[in-house]
Design a protein around this ligand. Structure first.
Ligand code: NDP
Length: 456
């Protein structure tokens, strides 16, 4: 009899904890997926016999390396870099690179694990990976960032490739960093291939990639509302973060006739009761990206707003919420507060921004709740299309890609509903457990491919 036949969820998670000591984010991510998968695989003997869940919770490999660079004062600095290649059952490893002082192996393993199911959900042939460094780009000069990126790629290049592993951006890694890393890859290998996505438009990047994650989050929100014969028009929305995902989510809320009330960064949040319109969002983008400024400065530019230092925006009365900053930024108390304030739908732009207790509060209350692995998959889906364009040496038009993004998000929504409709009717208007739907739909494709390969 197969080993997993003898273990229940708690024993399985205890084993994951034991094997991954000091990695709470990774254990949390496995726990969240496993609780849905356990029910789904209960009567599926093959999955047990081939230990699919146990195998999927063990990354294919974790590469860790030293990154030395020289700062502008000629000091030698030493950082740590990683690439976690979680699973390539359905395609080459794909997932972002994060540069942030909080980065560690646990966080990257959790992100690579999540990425595996997210990529599967898009319907495109991409496996799951993630990487990064504890390097802090904040306060560094352009040349310091360039030297760091070059040094990082000098090791990373041997582990990646357009048919092997295709990294992209994430927190702290935007167009500038991707440019420096692609330049170094090209220099070392003498190859112009689609080894990274999120590239500049001049060198193989795709239109619509920059805005795809944030836009996709709001398309998913719209799809959830439409199933209940509702829409974003006229609704208020609180958003956390003020980076790539947050500002583009805000933009799409405005496009669809909603009103954005908040944005935030690691210093606190701003509340603008007049609404953060497209012009104000442009100011935020320029201020945060080009001037590398703080969200607190918003209140000087737009005095209708207030700044709340060290706080999160979940206490502001709203119809919709989109946490778009970072992991574990919304706990059980925040979730209860949001619902008290009248929130009816939450779509996660960040990865795992709601902790396990927070998710439970939303699920128990039966509000529309879209987990990041479904709602924020638009970015990686568009990266998949960047890979296709690179491979075919083609450039698709903006209109084509905007349309494809909407279709991809609708496809992800449909797959979640297929496995998550609580009344078993995917075509009806009934409530959906999007977490369960996303977990099962994402898992099934990967698991079936793993079964086909046998024990490898
Ligand atoms: P950015 O670096 O562009 O922005 C990150 C934002 O989150 C900034 O406003 C930052 O504030 C804030 N933030 C970061 N860490 C913390 C923290 N510990 N506490 C509070 N605020 C914090 O990143 P992205 O917008 O690209 O990514 C945001 C989230 O979305 C991440 O979880 C990422 O994994 C996820 N994601 C991103 C995708 C993409 O295409 N970019 C795709 C899918 C998911 P500050 O400026 O103060 O650091």
């Amino acid at each position: 009899m197969a080993v997993t036949d003898h273990v229940n969820l708690e024993e399985f998670i205890a084993g994951v904890s034991r094997r991954n000591t000091g990695q709470p984010e990774f254990v949390q991510a496995v726990h969240e997926v496993a609780q849905d998968i356990f029910d789904f695989i209960e009567d599926k003997e093959e999955y047990h016999e081939y230990q699919i869940l146990r195998r999927v919770a063990e990354p294919d490999r974790v590469v860790s390396f030293r990154v030395c660079w020289e700062d502008d004062n000629n000091n030698i600095r030493v950082q740590r870099g990683w690439r976690v290649q979680n699973n390539n059952a359905i395609g080459p490893y794909k997932g972002g690179l994060r540069f942030h002082p909080s980065v560690n192996e646990s966080i990257l393993k959790f992100l690579a694990f999540e990425q595996t199911f997210k990529n599967s959900l898009t319907g495109l042939p991409m496996g799951g990976g993630k990487g990064g460094s504890n390097f802090n780009p904040k306060g560094k000069s352009d040349h310091e960032v360039m030297r760091f990126c070059q040094s990082f790629m000098t090791e990373l290049y041997r582990h990646v490739g357009d048919d092997v592993d295709i990294p992209a951006g994430d927190i702290g890694v935007g167009a500038r960093e991707i440019g420096y890393m692609f330049g170094q890859y090209k220099r070392i290998t003498n190859q112009f291939t689609g080894v990274l996505t999120g590239k500049g438009l001049e060198f193989g990047g795709s239109l619509v990639r920059t805005e795809a994650t944030g836009y996709g989050v709001i398309y998913f929100m719209q799809d959830m509302l439409e199933r209940r014969s509702d829409s974003i028009e006229g609704k208020t929305c609180v958003i956390s973060g003020s980076g790539n995902v947050a500002t583009h989510a805000a933009e799409k809320v405005c496009h669809l006739g909603g009103k954005v009330l908040t944005l935030s960064d690691s210093g606190g949040f701003i509340h603008d009761p007049d609404g953060i319109d497209l012009e104000k969002i442009d100011w935020v983008k320029t201020h945060k990206t080009r001037r590398r400024g703080r969200i607190a400065d918003y209140v000087e530019a737009f005095p209708s707003a207030t700044f709340h230092e060290g706080e999160k925006p979940w206490g502001i009365s709203c119809d919709l919420a989109a946490p778009c900053a970072t992991q574990n930024e919304l706990g059980a108390e925040d979730a209860k507060t949001l619902m008290r304030q009248g929130c009816i739908a939450v779509a996660e732009g960040a990865n795992m921004p709601t902790d396990l207790e927070g998710v439970k509060v939303f699920k128990d209350a039966g509000i529309m709740f879209a987990p990041g692995k479904a709602a924020n998959a638009g970015g990686v889906a568009m990266s998949g299309l960047e890979m296709s364009q690179n491979a075919a040496r083609l450039t698709w038009t903006e209109d084509d890609l905007q349309e494809k993004l909407k279709e991809l998000m609708a496809g992800i929504h449909r797959r979640c509903v297929e496995y998550g409709a609580l009344d078993g009717d995917p075509d009806g208007h009934g409530p959906v457990d999007y977490v369960k739907g996303a977990n099962i739909a994402g898992f099934k494709k990967v698991a079936d491919a793993m079964l086909a390969y046998g024990v490898v």
